[in-house]
Design a protein around this ligand. Structure first.
Ligand code: ADP
Length: 272
């Protein structure tokens, strides 16, 4: 679709013609449509926990549970759980919006892959221990040129999914190696239920789950992988998953090993 603006051309106070400017608005309409769709999905995602919260508060406030303390405690748990879910959702929505609208400023620096994987597993240590899961890091000490907070966020998202979908007492393997002179690959592999082949791509879209109950039962928001994908794309990398249904999934993503064209080189401290 094309829109146009026309305005008269006046020379010496006399109308002498008309200037018409045409503009292709296909992209703008596509973005408007995406935004409308996003608002409608977000409203739907927010409504579910709000409805549960309202129902729990209604029961607590209605007096029917006053003589049933264990039921009262259960309803309070439901209310708190839904509040937590709303906070997570809103945080993820804000983060996703910020990244996608191009307002994300990456702060690049040099970081070693082994250090980064260790920091990521340290952050997930307690939830892994609770699930009886052990981490195994198998990485080349390759240097990466990344925004380490954002790549740590990506790894944390992938590891927390791996923990959620893994059986008790299993192993999660993290690997890193150089792909070529300019790129490295990081991997998170679990021994969980796996992902059907037809869903391997769509899970990176916002609010897409393999199973509709995943998000509520597993405490996710459905935005984790969409956020990971945006962060990796901002680094000029690529993210994908491979899986053997029933025996686990591996998530891979590439990151630069050195400054992208046009970026300043890393500052090094030279010790004599
Ligand atoms: P969520 O917050 O629901 O975890 P994500 O975007 O992180 O959202 O993941 C989207 C969906 O992809 C999950 O709900 C789940 O169905 C599937 N998924 C992600 N990681 C894994 C994994 N390691 N094993 C199996 N399924 C996974």
């Amino acid at each position: 679709p094309v829109e146009y603006v026309a305005c008269p051309l006046i020379t010496n106070g006399q109308p002498t013609g008309t200037v018409v400017a045409f503009q292709d608005v296909t992209e703008r309409r596509r973005l408007d449509r995406m935004k409308d769709e996003f608002i409608s999905t977000v409203s739907h995602e927010l409504r579910t926990p709000l409805t549960s919260l309202r129902a729990a508060l209604g029961l607590i406030g209605g007096g029917v549970l006053d003589k049933r303390p264990e039921k009262m405690a259960q309803m309070l748990d439901v209310a708190i759980g839904n509040c937590d879910r709303l906070v997570r959702l809103v945080n993820d929505i804000l983060d996703f919006e910020r990244i996608n609208s191009g307002r994300l400023q990456l702060v690049y620096g040099e970081v070693n892959a082994v250090d980064l994987l260790r920091r990521a597993t340290d952050l997930q240590h307690s939830s892994a221990t609770r699930a009886g899961i052990v981490f195994r890091i198998d990485a080349e000490p390759v240097n990466l040129w990344v925004d380490s907070d954002r790549i740590l966020q990506t790894l944390t998202n992938l590891i927390s999914n791996a923990i959620k979908f893994s059986p008790h007492e299993s192993e999660i393997r993290l690997r890193a190696h150089a792909l070529n002179d300019t790129q490295a690959v990081l991997e998170v592999q679990d021994r969980g239920r796996g992902i059907p082949p037809e869903k391997l791509e769509m899970i990176f879209e916002r609010f897409q789950q393999v199973d509709a109950s995943d998000s509520r039962e597993m405490g996710g928001t459905g935005l984790g992988l969409a956020i990971c994908r945006s962060i990796v794309h901002h680094h000029g990398g690529r993210i994908w998953a491979e899986s053997n249904e029933g025996s686990g999934s591996t998530f891979f993503f590439t990151v630069p090993r050195g400054p992208l064209p046009g970026q300043p080189p890393p500052e090094r401290t030279i010790t004599p």
